[in-house]
Design a protein. Structure first.
Length: 446
């Protein structure tokens, strides 16, 4: 489609895609003609689950080409109309000056010129099946994505974004991460938590934190310099995200993610380190003015809180040291709902690597990059270990997390604190006469 288009009209006759949108999943994938939209572009779209109705208005983003004639598209966020609109009834209400340029898709997708698109949206809004503010929110999401491609996020905001993405992925996988981050128009001059507040997550007021979160280690320190707090609940439990910072974004020296897993009484701390340079980006500790002090704080905490063995099964760890580095670029393109690719390296391995021959460059300086580092975890591997409690602190160490958070904030770093609480088990009074919950079968009850 070479002519300029104002929006797309897409027929998603795939039953699974339609049901996913109806269940509230905010991002689904579909293959369409690659001529519909150029790669890496987002546009507002009408979504029909059959040829006779309009069911959703959504952001549609063109992704990679999946064949000679098709490209993979992401649909989401999507807003479902209060009631489906009969297509012919809508077109009848529009002046022929505009409706003559609106054609039902012949190959699942068609483009609509700007003037006709505006007339069509105005008509849909007039039916009271979707509000103007809902559509404006989708337009803000598109504008935010396009701006991110032109103007990189500040390092701090980019790392805060990734810390939230990693927390959401750890909490319940890609579905929840995409659901919230794809719906978040990013503000470039504000902490990322302020953008997340507009994604549909529950915003926590101070009295809610006082009543519900003070039981968790570290929250007392976070409250003193709180920038924002949100809560996300699913069938898997509750994820609370707090962001604290003692200084302004432009004066912030770095970002740390603290992930507290309530089920295992365990925390993991990830410190972000930026890879720079091209064509192969690297990190040089000698060029990082705060590096030695940061290592010293970690070692001081470990000396004051020695790693302990426990007889409790839930406290078994493959690695009890809670400190990790994530080495990554700060501005991977088009990562609004994704985790930033990077290398996770535990503190103990890092300290061995940086004094080894592997870290020595051609001029004698020490560095790390993808070329000289062979032992590291990617996002998926790291998330799987944290999610199952295989790495992280023991309960006794976790109780003293206040001190490390206080040190981070005092060093003018932004701290993102994620607290994961699993859904409570069904209450005993819901059992039947044979001691079963409704989801159990006879064999399970024996």
């Amino acid at each position: 489609m070479s002519r300029k288009i104002g929006g797309l009209w897409i027929i998603c006759d795939d039953l699974e895609v339609g049901e996913s949108l109806q269940r509230g999943r905010r991002t689904v994938s579909i293959n369409l003609s690659k001529a519909a939209l150029s790669g890496n572009t987002s546009i507002l779209s009408l979504i029909s689950t059959n040829e006779n109705e309009i069911n959703f208005i959504a952001v549609c983003t063109a992704n990679k080409i999946s064949g000679d004639l098709e490209r993979k598209f992401s649909i989401g966020p999507a807003i479902e109309l209060t009631s489906p609109l009969i297509i012919d009834h809508v077109l009848d209400k529009i002046s022929t000056k505009f409706s003559n340029h609106i054609h039902k898709p012949t190959r699942r997708v068609s483009g609509i010129p700007p003037a006709s698109w505006e007339a069509l949206l105005d008509c849909i809004i007039s039916t009271d099946n979707i509000s103007k503010s809902d559509i404006e929110h989708l337009i803000q999401v598109i504008a935010s994505r396009e701006k991110m491609k032109r103007v990189p996020l500040k390092d701090v905001i980019a790392y805060e974004h990734d810390a939230v993405a990693v927390s959401l992925e750890t909490f319940q996988g890609s579905k929840v991460r995409q659901q919230y981050l794809s719906n978040t128009p990013i503000e470039k001059e504000a902490p990322f938590i302020k953008s997340l507040e507009k994604s549909g997550a529950n915003v926590l007021e101070d009295h809610m934190i006082e009543n519900d979160l003070m039981q968790f280690p570290g929250v007392d320190q976070m409250r003193r310099h709180l920038v924002g707090a949100v809560e996300i609940q699913t069938e898997n439990g509750k994820l609370t995200l707090l962001n604290s910072n003692r200084t302004k974004i432009e004066n912030t020296l770095g970002v740390d993610l603290v992930y507290y897993h309530h089920s295992y009484r365990s925390f993991v701390l990830i410190q972000y380190k930026r890879l720079t340079g091209s064509p192969e980006p690297i990190y040089r500790p000698d060029s990082d003015g705060s590096y030695k002090e940061e290592i010293s704080r970690m070692r001081k905490f470990l000396n004051e809180n020695p790693l302990e063995n426990s007889s409790q099964i839930e406290e078994y760890r493959m690695n009890k040291n809670p400190f990790f580095f994530k080495f990554c670029n700060s501005n991977s393109k088009d990562h609004w709902s994704r985790m930033t690719p990077g290398m996770y390296i535990p503190l103990e391995l890092w300290e061995k690597f940086i004094v080894s021959d592997q870290s020595v460059g051609p001029r004698g300086g020490r560095f790390i990059g993808y070329e000289n580092s062979q032992r590291w975890l990617n996002n998926s591997e790291f998330v799987a270990l944290v999610r199952k409690g295989w790495v992280g602190s023991s309960n006794s160490m976790s109780k003293n997390i206040n001190s490390i958070i206080a040190d981070k904030l005092a060093a003018n770093r932004s701290v993102v604190y994620a607290i994961h609480e699993k859904r409570k088990e069904p209450e005993e009074h819901l059992r039947d006469g044979r001691g079963r919950f409704s989801s159990e079968n006879d064999m399970d009850a024996i």
